[in-house]
Design a protein around this ligand. Sequence first.
Ligand code: MN
Length: 160
Amino acid sequence: MPIFTVQKHASSTLHYDFRLEIDHVLKSWVLPKGPTLDTHLKRLAIATNDHSLEFSNFEGIIPDGEYGAGKIIIWDKGELQNETYDGEKLIAIEKAYKKGKIIFSLKGKKLNGKFTLLKTNKNKNWLLLKYNDYYAKNNYDITKEMPKSIYSGKLIEDIE
Ligand code: MN
């Protein structure tokens, strides 16, 4: 089963890196506000550099002067299931990515259920939306309620 991960990253600005395993790499988006389970919210997701699959296990500090310098925690990680259909037919996730509309389910420690990533007409900008399913939770800020690493139990401030 392919994976997803969300890494909380305190670089020049605090953000969340949302990564989906597509085509043997982690396709990545920067979420300035992080993910949400609230179906009323649209979260900006800015496409950024692919990362290797191994990077999903990285928690620690990227030294000053290097790309992405700053602290990182593994905020969530789990299974990714493609659910992008055209009628009855499942569209390969690689193709869905290229077309700019990916529908998928996550099975993580924090994020669960169905989501979609939609490319906007503004180059690198996508939107991340939560479907209204069993796991949707409106008026709830999961990044505030569940701030810790699923790997170490640490807050990002406590990484050293
Ligand atoms: Mn980042």
